[in-house]
Design a protein around this ligand. Structure first.
Ligand code: ADP
Length: 519
């Protein structure tokens, strides 16, 4: 007799009620409908495949790029009295063979598999012999070329699996997916729109902060002093930066761990374990750290520099507060971060199209650092989260106490300057013209003859730049994507120029401290 899903939730997992979206996903999978679950980190995705896997006849195959997590997931199922195992490169060949034999005999309800296994024809042949209940793609954004962590080998599994003919239902689960990633997964796994269960991305317990114009290292030092007992992660943009901050904090007696791709596998494993088990409190890492880290009590995630897109940022910052407790997500922004990210995109092996896409995403990240709207809402809007948003009331923008100033006139000057410059130049040259700078290049382009030259000479070039970035972030001015984005007017700019729209900005004075540099 088919077991009731609510009973399974209670008897195996001890929970009384489903979290948002879980019931909808589970019902669909039980009726053999391909389903995509988009739920925030900590939302309870595992249960979405574990309950159908328990109820349905046969073995559930969970494909996950997170080798580091497989053992933990298997162990926690086994602890609940559920038969589960995993197959990945951490096993010897003979261990793999004997597990495969047990799997074929139907000894397991759950088998976690790394995507690379599907490169082996022998493995595919074995899959053919199994009685499969469902196939779940965990971290499904990795199968989309639009995802921020695209893994071609993950994507290529899909046609091979479809050919097998013995898979009753596919499901995909992810915590980070833009509309294009969702659409891509839908096409790939033939998931109809009504079977995409998207509970939204909001993480009520996270408070977002942007810190600008402060010495980053001294900020970290004072933050850590106020959070002596808390566990946290500090993400850096480069290995060198991670090494330098690690050394500095170590010297100051902070109980720090370190993780980046330049360390040996053993060292990384040890550092990770020490952090997970609360033996070391602060993890200093590059983005190599974290995918699949299941540590619930991370109280803060500080980004020492701006990451390359909102997807990465939200995923990394989202490692804070998985236990539902209030946690901080802090981004320390400096304009030079933009140059570094551009450099990384230029240096990458992506084709021109993919690079343009990255530049577009980078611009959205830069806008996040300049917007004066609610930061949490900005992120949710980026993901086209369809739920109603109200300002979070907690982020650094929401609590900013300064008075708003009407800058409509200045905005009009900026916009008409962009127009007069033929919409052919970027932020920095436009700021120079408005300042009335005697820059050589400006004169070469005859820009000192424009009527808008020097119109904002009472402001510093930095203040003008801030205003331009603000107009971009508020979509009152557009940028053309690319390595050297040029400024363009849009429909909103015309409204401002015509005077049918006013522009208000919080005037935050940004001290010009010397930046500490760990690049
Ligand atoms: P995700 O994979 O979406 O980040 P998990 O599946 O790891 O999240 O679940 C996060 C936590 O929430 C786990 O401790 C899990 O046991 C718990 N959880 C899941 N579903 C429920 C539920 N219906 N009621 C209470 N707790 C739940």
């Amino acid at each position: 007799m088919i077991q009731d899903k609510e009973k399974v939730l209670k008897s195996y997992f001890g929970y009384d009620a489903f979290r948002p979206g879980q019931n909808e996903v589970i019902s669909r999978v039980l009726s053999a409908t391909n389903t995509l679950a988009v739920m925030p980190t900590g939302g309870g995705k595992s249960i979405c495949y574990q309950i159908p896997g328990l109820i349905l006849d046969g073995t559930a195959i969970i494909i996950s790029p997170l080798i580091s997590l497989m053992k933990d997931q298997v162990d926690s199922l086994v602890a609940l009295g559920i038969s589960a195992t995993f197959i990945n490169s951490s096993l010897t060949n003979s261990e793999q063979d004997s597990r495969m034999e047990e799997i074929v005999k139907g000894q397991y309800k759950f088998v976690y598999v790394a995507p690379e296994r599907f490169e082996s024809q022998t493995f595919i042949n074995t899959m053919k012999q199994l009685n499969i209940s469902l196939v779940a793609f965990d971290e499904a954004h990795c199968i989309s070329q639009w995802g921020h962590d695209f893994r071609p080998s993950y994507r290529s599994i899909v046609p091979n699996l479809k050919k097998l003919g013995n898979i009753p239902v596919f499901m995909a689960l992810t915590a980070t997916a833009t509309e294009e990633v969702i659409a891509d997964i839908q096409t790939l796994l033939q998931i109809e729109a009504q079977h995409v269960i998207n509970t939204g991305f909001a993480r009520e317990n996270l408070t977002f902060h942007i810190i600008k114009g402060r010495d980053r290292f001294s900020f970290i030092r004072s933050y850590l002093e106020d959070h002596l007992d808390d566990s946290g992660i500090i993400y850096t943009a480069t290995r060198k930066q991670a090494d330098a901050i690690y050394e500095q904090l170590l010297k100051r007696g902070v109980n720090v761990a370190k993780y980046h791709a330049g360390m040996s596998e053993n060292e990384r494993k040890e550092e990770q374990a020490a952090f997970i088990h609360d033996e070391k409190q602060v993890m200093i890492a590059t983005n190599a750290f974290g995918m699949g880290i299941d540590k619930s009590n991370v109280r803060y995630v500080i980004h020492y520099a701006m990451p390359m897109n909102i997807e990465s940022y939200y995923q990394e910052a989202g490692r804070a507060g998985r236990d539902g407790e209030n946690s901080d997500c802090i981004l320390l922004f400096s304009p030079q971060d933009i140059q570094l990210q551009k450099f990384l995109i230029e240096r990458s092996l992506m084709d021109e199209n993919a690079k343009q896409n990255e530049y577009r995403k980078l611009q959205a990240m830069v806008n996040y650092c300049h917007t004066q709207s609610c930061l949490h809402t900005y992120i949710l809007d980026y993901f086209n989260d369809s739920s109603e948003h109200i300002n979070c009331g907690r982020c650094s923008n929401c609590v900013s106490k300064t008075e708003k100033t009407d800058i409509t006139e200045e905005a009009q000057m900026i916009l008409s300057c962009v127009k007069r410059m033929g919409e052919r130049f970027g932020v920095s040259m436009t700021a120079k013209v408005l300042k009335g700078s005697s820059d050589k290049k400006l004169k070469e382009f005859q820009l000192h003859n424009l009527t808008t030259y020097g119109l904002l000479s009472t402001y510093t070039e930095k203040e003008i730049t801030e205003k331009i970035h603000f107009l971009i972030a508020e979509q009152l001015l557009a940028t053309e994507e690319g390595k050297y984005p040029t400024l363009k007017l849009n429909k909103n700019s015309i409204d401002v120029l015509k005077g049918s729209r006013t522009v208000e900005m919080y005037m935050v004075s940004i001290p010009t401290t010397e930046e500490d540099d760990y690049y």
